[in-house]
Write a protein that binds this ligand. Sequence first.
Ligand code: PDD
Length: 289
Amino acid sequence: MTRQAYVDGRFVPIARARVAIEDRGYQFADGVYEVIKAVAGEPRDLDRHLARLERSLGELRIPAPMSMRALSLVIREALARNPVTKAIVYLQVTRGVAPRNHLFPSVVRPSLVVTVRRAPFPSDRERAEGVAVFSLPDQRWGRCDIKSISLLANLLAKQQAAEAGCREAWLVDEAGRVTEGSASNAYIVDGEGRLVTHPLGPRILGGITRSVVLELAREAGIEVVERPFTLEEAKRAREAFLTSTTSLLLPVTRIDEQVVANGVPGSVTRRLARLYAERVGIEEAAAGL
Ligand code: PDD
C-alpha cells in the first residue's frame, strides 16, 4: 500500500508530496499542528482536537485553511486512503508561502498537510512496567498553550532524556515545578490519593488526553487537583504517570535516579490507564494492564 498525503487540496503518494521552500512553516516554524489518534478508521476525540486547532490558529492569527467540518472530511478521507487499524493523523497548518519577511504577508493562503501512519503506541511492557523520565529545565517560550510546530526546545529535551536512557523529559520551571513533558502532560498521585497535575495556562499544552483522563478520574470518584507540583514532590509521590495521544497513559516508575514509590505502577494509574484504553477503544492496552 502506498501511503498518501493530503497537500494543499489533493492526495498524492507520500514520496511525491512536496511543500514550497518559501513556506513560512519551513522558514519560520510559523504554523500549528495536531496529532489525532484513530482506531479502525475512526478518529478519537476529533471535536476536541479541531477545537484546539481553531484556538491555536486564532492565537497566531492564521486563517483556517477550510471550515472545521471540511477539515474533518479531509481527515476521514486520509484515513480511508491509508487503512491501518491503529493510526496517528498528523495535521499541519502554516501561514502559507511568501517571500521571507518576519512580518505577516498581507495576502496569503494557509498551507495544509495531512498524513497518516501506523500509531507508535508504547509496548505492552512499557504500559505494564512503567517508564523512566529525566528532569530538565523548561527552556520553552511563554505560550506553550499554542500547539506550535516550533518545537526545538522540546526536541532538545527529549533527545537528552533518551540519551540518559529515559523515555521522556519532565520540564521544570524556575521555581522547581514540573510543567509537563517534552511531548506529554505530567501527573502525580499524592499521599491522600489525589490526582495532581499542572493547571491549564500558558506554561503547558492543554492535552486532549489530559482533558479526557481528568474527566474519567472525576467520574471514577478520584479527586483531581490542578496545581503545580515540584520535582521533589514528584520523586516522593505515591504514583506518577504521563499522557499523550501517542503515549496513551504511561506509568512513570523512575524520575532521574529516584524510583517512584516501590517502582511498580500504582493502583490509581492502572485504573485510569484501563479506563482510558477502554474509552478510546484500544483493547490490548486494557488487557495488558
Ligand atoms: N504531543 N504537551 C506537549 C508539549 C505535547 O507536545 C503533547 C502532545 C501533549 C499531550 O497532548 P495530547 O494529549 O493532546 O496529545 C502535551 C504530540 C502527541 C506530539 O507532538 O507528537
